[in-house]
Ligand binder design. Sequence first.
Ligand code: MLC
Ligand code: AMP
Length: 520
Amino acid sequence: MASSLLELFLTRARQEPARPVLDFEQQRFSAGQLASHVTAFASALQRRGLKPGERVALFLENSPAFVISYLGTWYAGGVVVLVNTQYRMVELSHILSDAGARACVTGASGAAELAPLKQQLPALEWLVTVEPPTAPVPWPTVAFEALLSEGDSSAALPLPRGEQLAVLGYTSGTTGRSKGAMLLHRNLLANVRAVTEAWRWTEQDRLLLTLPLFHTHGLMVGLHGTLYSGGTVDLRRRFAAPEVLSALREDASLTMFFGVPTMYGRLVEEARRAGPRPRSLRLLVSGSAPLSPQLFHDVEETFGQRILERYGMTETIMNTTNPYEGERRPGTVGMPYPGQEARVVDVRTRQPLPDGETGEIEVRGPHVFAGYWQRPDATAESFDPEGWFRTGDLGLRDGDGYFHITGRARELIISGGFNVYPREVEEVLATHPGVAEVAVLGLPDPDFGEQVVAVVVPRSPAPEPQALVDYCKDRLASFKKPRQVVFVEALPRNALGKVQKHLLRERLPPHPNVQKPTVT
Ligand code: MLC
Ligand code: AMP
């Protein structure tokens, strides 16, 4: 039996080299072509001295280069570090230095973003660029195509073992700093096997994939499932509702679409505006953020299909799913995948709760990651002695076995499927000279589900709200910037001095349509 998804893909590519696997813009890759590029990339990395276990960061938009670098790093024995392309200096310097990335594959804007961080990234030795840099870069640089031609596209390299580290996925910055979730090859293989089985994913399937590949949903569900099942993926650089709808109308070979709720909300609006009902697909999947029952029904009305909602996270990939056959229940995330377990425990006693009672969701199984990179403390805190992983999500299991997510035990804002840790934004805003104190929280948003709101006690003279937004945007991913800045005289605190965010939340009326920061 194969020990990794890579082994499975390369074996199939040898058996059926002409089978199509990846379409991107005008390019089409057969399995054999993709495998040759992957092998050339891996062989070139090794020739340039990459050793097994060393980290290669991918700071890249969706493209064939992403897929080749991802699989190629594995084939070279390396570990992929995933980096959201919206990340700016605070996130980049932390992630790349924490991971000790030796090389980074990126585009022109990525190289420009990294350039000022040279001093903070002593382990980073060289860049692979998929476009020519537009400004000087303080590292030796090789063009992606040139790197491929340095390598041997028919080399037979050692395959990764199941226990080997495959990916570091940065997540959960409760202290303002994210941690690298260590996913082993065997975790990835076990989960993709479970997902493809649960969703009856076969080589006949063709997935329209507009989710970013740098996160779990696009990568470990969309791409992994395609490679595992032998189907094809129509990969897009980014999501745009009109393009998705025209693809659904024009390409009769598409069978599946996966998205976050924000994407479905925009698709429903666009479809209502723009004419005939799109053709039905075999499967529409939603995840990464709660799908409201209203949106579930809107999609059913507009597309004539019931979305399949599932629940996952970076540390564990996919945890639970509504049934493929059987009832897909709005407002629920279904049951554990085959071969995996989930339960609900009391947050204080950590004892399992009966059905219907709310507590913290815990999961266990071969899909669960190996711990946080160089953070044995955080790893120990996240697992119980029997190997149950504490997800930080609150929920219950109903009498029919469906899990419901009702809240979060940790502070986390999910905006359009991207995670924002309030602490990270608070730490940045607190360094602004016009800010005496700050608390960041999430309020409802009609498009993104939740929006980031900063409540600030200003220093005199009070800064312009927009200046605070720009200050965040210069340092952090733009999706983390506050959509509202609210000035107050003092933050409500409890006897221990902790900000009482629930009181703040009650006092702030939700301004779901306000896109510009407001001052009250
Ligand atoms: C973009 N913007 C956002 C945003 N996305 N703001 C808040 N929340 C978001 N999610 C901002 C940008 O910063 C920018 O601001 C402006 O919107 C336009 O940027 P854009 O790139 O044109 O945005 P758009 O294409 O509209 O993006 C929306 C989106 C995107 C829904 C397509 O957010 C997206 O791809 N989300 C998917 C996230 C995802 O894959 N999550 C999976 C995580 S894995 P400005 O000011 O700079 O103009 C996981 C586990 C699991 O959670 O279970 O799956
Ligand atoms: P991430 O750390 O980016 O992988 O985000 C994982 C988090 O997204 C989970 O812990 C949940 O809080 C949330 N999430 C994922 N899928 C769902 C879903 N279907 N419904 C509600 N929340 C979800």
